[in-house]
Write a protein that binds this ligand. Structure first.
Ligand SMILES: [Mg+2]
Length: 379
């Protein structure tokens, strides 16, 4: 079995004027990502996603990977990450290279799963996993002044029992957002906050102490991702667990987060961290050190499906029974047709339960018409 075709497919969608939304670092109106489709000589098709702009991803795949991947046996997938660190030696550590490695790796695992008729999570290890707990990523900062409570009410109405909200744009606003979210979610729900690295340690600590009364499960990216000493400072001064990883990629960056106990929770993104092969290494390092793993998802339906398969494979070690913290998967509640339209059967978080697709590979079918609708390099 060998790869005969590799294709990058940039897709994008735009919010109308005035409808921008985002985080403490600013608003965005465009969502874009790059899908990657691999075909083998027996007609098997695998899908992956590079969390990278289309033209950059396409050029990176063409320049650095096309020759290597064409003719490759998909079962050699784990050689790809090693090769990325040694062959394009001086470039392997770049985020765009690792995003492309992620896309190729995920597509190859999709093909392996389809070939052996097993979902990827059963190939990566772990026990059979049927369901996960989705958490709503919500209460984004919006360009137009929308009511603060509506998004969190929507999440509750959809049945979510866990949510993560955006904060990080000032102490008073942080406390107000968290107060509203907790009031609407109720005492039993799980609540996380995301500062998107917008603070200095002192600011993050001030907010963290004030919102601790609302029972916060984790604080995400309190300071910029590069600021490891800042993470240590925040961690030494608060009790709430700290999470990071969406801006990190590759085993070496995650090893530093895990070894030094810079964070309590690592959040690899399957479109950026290096794919399933690297994510498994990261999860093995994390669980060995009793650091939790909760994948970050800000992707299309493909990256989301990959995150679900990965999350379903992560060992619950050291917990054996009655796991006190169930595996949660991020479920973005912002409007994004790249997530909600490109799978024939979209992943469904309603009722606070996310079924893990049990079909082979990623367990999802891609709606080619929807992909063409959002493709940016047509004709
Ligand atoms: Mg985040």
């Amino acid at each position: 079995m060998e790869v005969t075709k590799i294709e990058t497919i940039p897709i994008a969608t735009k919010l109308p004027e005035g409808r921008g939304m985002g985080d403490s670092r600013g608003f965005g109106r465009t969502r874009e990502t790059t899908l990657l489709r691999i075909e083998t000589d027996d007609g098997t098709i695998g899908w992956g996603e590079a969390f990278a702009p289309g033209r950059i991803a396409a050029a990176t795949v063409d320049e650095l990977f096309r020759e290597t991947v064409l003719g490759m046996d998909p079962f050699d997938v784990e050689s790809l990450a090693d090769r990325s660190y040694t062959d394009p030696y001086h470039f392997g550590g770049s985020v765009f290279v690792q995003s492309c490695v992620s896309a190729i790796d995920v597509a190859l695992w999709d093909i392996i799963g389809k070939t052996v008729d097993r979902p990827v999570h059963r190939l990566l290890g772990g026990e059979e996993c049927r369901t996960l707990t989705p958490y709503a990523s919500t209460m984004y900062f919006t360009e137009a002044n929308r009511s603060l409570d509506r998004p969190i009410r929507d999440a509750v109405e959809e049945g979510f029992t866990a949510a993560k909200i955006k904060i990080g744009s000032g102490f008073q606003d942080d406390v107000e957002r968290v107060r509203i979210a907790r009031e609407i979610l109720g005492d039993d729900a799980t609540l996380m906050v995301d500062m998107n690295g917008n603070y200095r340690p002192r600011q993050a600590v001030k907010t963290a102490k004030a919102i601790a009364q609302y029972d916060i499960t984790w604080i995400e990216e309190p300071v910029p991702p590069e600021n490891e000493s800042g993470y240590r400072e925040v961690k030494s001064r608060i009790d709430t667990p700290i999470a990071a990883g969406e801006a990190h990629y590759g085993r070496f960056a995650f090893k530093r987060l895990i070894d030094d106990r810079v964070v309590d929770i690592v959040q690899p993104n399957l479109g950026r961290c290096g794919g399933f092969s690297e994510a498994r290494l990261i999860a093995d390092m994390a669980t060995t050190e009793n650091v939790a793993v909760r994948p970050h998802v800000w992707n299309s339906g493909i990256g989301m499906a990959a995150a679900v398969q990965f999350a379903a494979s992560v060992s619950s070690y050291p917990h054996t029974r009655n796991v006190p913290e169930p595996m949660m998967v991020e479920f973005d509640r912002s409007e994004n047709p790249l997530r909600s339209e490109i799978l024939e059967t979209p992943l469904d978080p309603s009722g606070g339960v996310l079924d893990v697709p049990q079909g082979p590979g990623l367990g999802v079918s891609v709606d080619r018409n929807a992909v063409e609708r959002y493709r940016t390099n047509r004709g």
